[in-house]
Each structure stands twice: as structure tokens, then as C-alpha cells.
Design a protein around this ligand. Structure first.
Ligand code: KIV
Length: 272
């Protein structure tokens, strides 16, 4: 099985081929998505909000990320696995950042993602200097939720547009192979995309990016809350499907319709 490589992702931008990315947090979903042909699976720290029910991504630990990265890597097939560096795993020291990136690669990732622009460029440089491919992440960066005062669209003012363009250029200069642009107006995402040679992967950033990423649970409607952000397209309504299945199961258990003959092991009879 030939893995999708970082140079192939870069070539997609050069060839004008859009790049679809989905998050995955476990073996089964990674297997399904890779069989469907998704080229890049992101083990996002969004796992903390989606699977663990945290209100932010901040409590997610390296232990969590290593567990989910190993699970996804086992099912990823040819897909490139990008593992998020969680809050606190790269901000405290450069050796610490490199060490944690190494741990994610040993767990099966082919690249890591970390948040921040100009302020994170030295970290991206240190990690890429170790030949570990880095995906940057700017705009609405969830690990900066407290500075932003919530999960808010960024780049609305002239000064913040300028700062985001500088962030994007700093991430590219530092050696990242791709850049997630989250929660910014579409024209700004388009301007950033045009300024970069590395692919931009948008989420809530409009259609002008080189690729798009969605949180898998949002995309298939498998969420605890009915509210999904307006940039999400729900391709399935898993909440309703699971609710209906659970209700049918309960009805059939209560009426003894389940288990039927075909779901039941029989005692082997001794002949003679
Ligand atoms: O954690 C995550 O899933 C992400 C994507 C939404 C880009 O960072």
C-alpha cells in the first residue's frame, strides 16, 4: 500500500487539484474514510470536544493525542495522517515541541499540525528541521479561545487582515507544507491562498482555499448538540439514524422480537 506523501499534497496545489481533509479519531472511522479515498485524515484535538465532551480543546493531553493517533494510523491505509499538537505540547519549549512531535510520528502520524502564525514560526522551523512535516493553522485558532473571547470569526478589521496575511507568510517561510485557515472571511482566505505556494485548507473560510476540512462528526450529523456552525454542510443525519435504531432495538427487546433464531447459538446435540 502506497502512502500519500507530503510532496503529493504540495503537487495538488500546483496542479489545481482540490484537497479534501476530514478529521478521524478512531480505527473504524479511519478505515471507512480511507476506503472512501479521503487522502488526508486529521487527528484533531477537536476530539476533546467531540468525543470527551469538553467545552474547549484545551484539556486535551498528549496521552489523548497519542492514543487517538495510534488508533487512526492503524486504519488509515494510504491516507496521510496529520496529528494535532495539543495545547501545551509545543508552546513551553522548543525541545519539548520537537520531542512531542517525534512522539506523534512514532505513534503513526506522517505530519503534525500546530496553531499560530508569526508567534509560532520558530516552533514550526524547529520541528520541520527534524524532517517532521508541519501543517500550520491560523485564523480562528481554538487553542486561543480565551484571547479571542470565544470561537469568533477572525480577520474582520484591516489590522487583523494584515496580521493574518503576515501569519500565513511566516508559517510558509518557517517550512510548513500546508496551512489550515479557520473562520475568516472568504476574500481574505482567497488573498492568503493566492499569496502562498503551500496549499491552504479552509474551514469556515469559503471556497477559495486549495482544500477543505470538516470535523467528521459535524459532517455526518453525529453531534451531541443540534447546533452546528453555519459553515458546516451536513451530508448525513446520523443523530436521527442512531436514535431510530436505538428505539427499534428497545422495542424489539421489550417485545422479545430480538434476538431471533438467526441471532441465537444452539446447544450442540450429542447423537447416539
Ligand atoms: O482539531 C481539529 O479538528 C482542527 C480542524 C477543525 C482544523 O483543528
Amino acid at each position: 500500500m502506497k502512502k500519500i506523501t507530503v510532496p503529493e499534497i504540495l503537487a495538488m496545489k500546483a496542479g489545481g487539484i482540490k484537497i479534501p481533509v476530514l478529521t478521524a479519531y478512531d480505527y473504524t472511522m479511519a478505515t471507512i474514510l480511507s476506503r472512501a479515498g479521503v487522502p488526508v485524515l486529521l487527528v484533531g484535538d477537536s476530539v476533546g470536544m467531540v468525543s470527551a465532551g469538553y467545552e474547549t480543546t484545551l484539556p486535551v493531553s498528549m496521552r489523548d493525542m497519542l492514543y487517538h493517533t495510534r488508533s487512526v494510523a492503524r486504519g488509515a491505509g494510504p491516507a496521510l495522517v496529520v496529528a494535532d499538537m495539543c495545547f501545551g505540547s509545543y508552546q513551553c519549549s522548543l525541545p519539548g515541541a520537537v520531542k512531542n512531535a517525534v512522539r506523534l510520528l512514532k505513534a503513526g502520524a506522517g505530519a503534525v499540525k500546530l496553531e499560530g502564525g508569526v508567534s509560532a514560526a520558530h516552533i514550526i522551523k524547529a520541528v520541520t528541521n527534524m524532517d517532521i512535516p508541519v501543517m500550520g493553522h491560523i485564523g480562528l485558532t481554538p487553542q486561543s479561545v480565551h484571547r479571542m473571547g470565544g470561537f469568533k470569526v477572525q480577520g474582520k478589521s484591516e489590522s487583523s487582515r494584515k496580521a493574518l496575511l503576515e501569519d500565513a507568510e511566516a508559517v510558509e517561510r518557517a517550512g510548513a507544507f500546508a496551512l489550515v485557515i479557520e473562520g475568516v472571511p472568504e476574500d481574505l482566505a482567497g488573498e492568503i491562498t493566492a499569496a502562498l505556494t503551500i496549499p491552504s485548507i479552509g474551514i469556515g473560510a469559503g471556497p477559495l482555499c486549495d482544500g477543505q476540512v470538516l470535523v467528521i462528526n459535524d459532517m455526518i450529523g453525529l453531534t451531541a448538540s443540534d447546533k452546528t456552525p453555519s459553515f458546516v454542510k451536513k451530508y448525513l443525519d446520523m443523530n436521527s439514524l442512531v436514535t431510530e435504531a436505538a428505539r427499534s432495538f428497545m422495542d424489539e427487546v421489550r417485545s422479545s422480537a430480538f434476538p431471533a433464531e438467526e441471532h441465537t447459538y444452539k446447544q450442540g446435540r450429542r447423537e447416539g
